[in-house]
Structures are given as structure tokens and as C-alpha cells.
Design a protein around this ligand. Structure first.
Ligand SMILES: CC(C)(COP(=O)(O)OP(=O)(O)OC[C@H]1O[C@@H](n2cnc3c(N)ncnc32)[C@H](O)[C@@H]1OP(=O)(O)O)[C@@H](O)C(=O)NCCC(=O)NCCS
Length: 161
């Protein structure tokens, strides 16, 4: 899994059976200073909801990344994405964002959006995948010590084909 050898990456649609694997990625991916990670209860609670999609990326059978998104009417929101530190910089998050965009388009979504903490390196990831900053939500994330962080709203507009 480490090094720069080509990745044998598989991305599967996940559900409750894969929640342990997804939580192991979440627990290793997010810096607790920023209050961005979801708890197991939050993930389990949203999974049965209509339009929710949980994708799990595995490399050599090990869980290395995930994304969580939700479609409502013609909108799709990328709620959360994470890759374990030892597998970063190898395009796994990019593959998950590409899959979110492709699945959303296939489902007829015309407006794709997300929120991200201002200053999170993921802003570059989203920009690279044609998301643009559309707004700012002041003091949106709360760290464990009560520190507040702004969120940026980013959008991707699906052009009619
Ligand atoms: C953000 C995150 C998902 C990126 O995962 P990754 O698999 O390393 O990302 P990729 O390898 O697909 O990177 C694709 C592009 O994103 C950008 N990017 C990713 N990580 C970056 C970083 N630390 N600094 C700057 N740009 C970064 C780059 O543009 C990169 O393209 P490049 O490799 O051609 O330069 C990962 O760092 C992570 O899990 N962070 C913690 C959780 C989090 O904050 N998630 C986002 C909010 S929900």
C-alpha cells in the first residue's frame, strides 16, 4: 500500500456491512482539531436515507478511502471524503470525486455541491475537479476545544449534454 507502485484500487458501493471498514478510515483520516469527522452514529443514521451513497475504496483488500454523498431532487452533495494518511497523494480521493461526479450525472443531478473547511488541503482537490467556491459559512465547524472554523461552499455545475 505504501510507495509509488500502481494502485490496485477497487471502489465499491458500501452499506452497513462495510461500516466498520469505513469507520476505520474515518478514525485515521480526520484531524480531531477541526471537528469535521462524523461519528459512527451519524454515518449509520444517514445510510438508510433516500439518495445516500457510501463508497469504499480498497487497495489490496485493505480499506483506504471512502466518500459519503446524498442526492436530493436534482442536487447532489458530497458530504464527506477521506483517505488514510499512508495512502495519500496517489489519486484515491480524486478517483472517489470522479465517481461522485459520474454517478451524480448518471442519476440526472444538475447541481453538485459540498462544504469544506477553509484552509483544508481538500480545497485544492475539489478545485482540480472543477468545483468552484460559491460562498462562505462563518464559524461552521467546531473543534473539540470550541474553536470555530469557516466553511467554504463549492459547486460544480453539470453542463447539459
Ligand atoms: C483531502 C484528502 C481526501 C486527499 O486524499 P488523496 O487521496 O491524498 O488525494 P489525491 O491523491 O487524489 O489528490 C488529488 C489532488 O488533490 C490535491 N491535494 C490532495 N491533498 C493535498 C494536500 N495535502 N495539499 C495540497 N493539495 C492536495 C492536489 O491537487 C492533488 O493533485 P496532485 O496530486 O496532482 O497534486 C486526504 O488528504 C484526507 O483524507 N484528508 C483528511 C480528511 C479531509 O479533510 N477530507 C476533506 C473534507 S470532508
Amino acid at each position: 500500500m505504501s510507495g509509488t507502485a500502481p494502485l490496485a484500487l477497487t471502489i465499491v458501493q458500501a452499506g452497513g456491512d462495510e461500516l466498520d471498514e469505513v469507520m476505520s478510515v474515518i478514525e485515521r483520516s480526520f484531524d480531531p482539531r477541526f471537528g469535521e469527522a462524523w461519528t459512527r452514529a451519524q454515518c449509520a443514521g444517514i445510510l438508510p436515507m433516500s439518495g445516500v451513497s457510501l463508497l469504499l475504496a480498497r487497495s489490496e483488500d485493505e480499506p483506504v478511502g471512502f466518500s459519503l454523498s446524498r442526492r436530493v431532487a436534482d442536487e447532489a452533495e458530497l458530504l464527506l471524503i477521506g483517505v488514510v494518511p499512508e495512502a495519500r497523494g496517489r489519486g484515491i480521493a480524486g478517483a472517489l470525486v470522479d465517481r461522485f461526479v459520474a454517478d451524480s450525472r448518471a442519476a440526472g443531478s444538475s447541481h453538485l455541491h459540498l462544504e469544506v473547511r477553509d484552509g483544508n488541503p481538500a480545497v485544492s482537490l475539489y478545485r482540480q475537479h472543477q468545483f468552484g467556491v460559491a460562498g462562505r459559512r462563518s464559524k461552521y465547524y467546531r473543534g473539540p476545544g470550541g474553536e470555530l472554523f469557516d466553511a467554504l461552499t463549492m459547486v460544480y455545475t453539470v453542463e447539459p449534454q
